[in-house]
Design a binder for this molecule. Structure first.
Ligand SMILES: [Zn+2]
Length: 311
């Protein structure tokens, strides 16, 4: 049985037809319109095109936002003008087929659990280090959604009291200390401090700012300043994972998003900080850390599979 998965991102909407093994049969991308109605039209158009070429049973749509426990209402979306938006009903009325809606980080976490780095475990936490920090919790083989549907907003766990203001309206959230943007900030701080920051300062002088690509290049070359900046971010997230261990006791943490492309250079300091932060009772088991495997298509694959499961 084929299903369609649509992942509404900040700049692109990705849509794919996905089979039962999580393989993408066809994929397309369009720019994300800013206006909410134009965005809905773009999603409906994409679903129609994908369905015209394939025999599709159900449709899943993923977006950033708080979605209610019944998976029908978007309470709030950070980037789209949806407030208590009955998205499932609206889409079903327009496309004439069952629609499943899901938070985008949950969809990506589900994809890793079913078809990626999380295959074979029952309890895992996914953390996506992109512009912000996304989270998903798989508990006993199911997505953990909480009492109101908005569980696993792990990026908004407070890391520092009185800390940096976050887009969610709070301050000190871990996403302000462990995202791609946080890595750029840490790199600037290392560059400003002199000493190990010479190569980062040079990159900034050449390009006007320190890009994620420049940081990656320097990390891969073993530059001590870039590694120091990365360790700052990895340590913040690793310490927070110690808290997640105390709460959720996962067997595995899967790390995704752009920063995860740094691989072991990211995971090594994260693991060390995690181990120093897990409840320190004798014989407390330690979870594994792995890099996500599905990269760009995780949201599409995950929400397509959830649509199949809901069917
Ligand atoms: Zn926040």
């Amino acid at each position: 049985m084929l299903t369609v998965g649509i992942d509404i991102g900040g700049t692109k909407i990705a849509g794919g037809v996905v089979d039962e093994q999580g393989s993408v049969v066809s994929m397309e991308r369009v720019d994300t319109p800013i206006d909410a109605r134009a965005l809905e039209d773009a999603v409906v158009g994409m679903i129609a095109r994908l369905r015209s070429a394939h025999d599709v049973a159900h449709v899943g749509v993923a977006a950033a936002g708080f979605i209610d426990r019944d998976r029908s209402l978007v309470y709030h979306a950070p980037n789209i003008d949806w407030r208590n938006e009955p998205l499932r009903e609206r889409l079903e009325a327009r496309v004439g087929v069952d629609v499943t809606i899901e938070n985008d980080a949950n969809a990506a976490g589900w994809a890793e659990y079913r078809f990626g780095a999380g295959r074979g475990v029952h309890d895992m936490v996914m953390l996506t280090m992109g512009t912000g920090v996304g989270g998903a919790v798989i508990a006993n083989g199911a997505l953990y959604r909480g009492g109101f549907g908005a569980a696993a907003e792990l990026g908004h766990v407070r890391f520092q009291r009185g800390g940096l203001a976050c887009g969610c309206g709070q301050n000190g959230c871990i996403e302000m200390y462990a995202s791609g943007r946080a890595l750029q900030r840490a790199a600037n701080e290392v560059a400003d401090a002199g000493n190990t920051g010479a190569a980062l300062a040079e990159a900034r002088a050449e390009e006007g700012s320190i890009s994620g690509a420049a940081i990656s290049r320097l990390v891969m070359a073993g530059d001590p300043g870039a590694l120091e900046a990365l360790a700052t971010v990895a340590t913040a997230l690793g310490e927070t994972c110690g808290g997640f261990q105390a709460t959720l006791d996962p067997e595995l943490f899967v790390i995704g998003g752009g920063v995860a492309q740094l691989g072991d250079a990211l995971l090594a300091p994260m693991r060390a900080a995690y181990r120093a932060s897990v409840p320190a009772y004798d014989q407390h088991p330690h979870a594994e850390f792995k890099i996500a495997q599905l990269v760009n298509d995780a949201g599409v694959i995950g929400v397509a599979d959830l649509a199949r499961t809901a069917a």
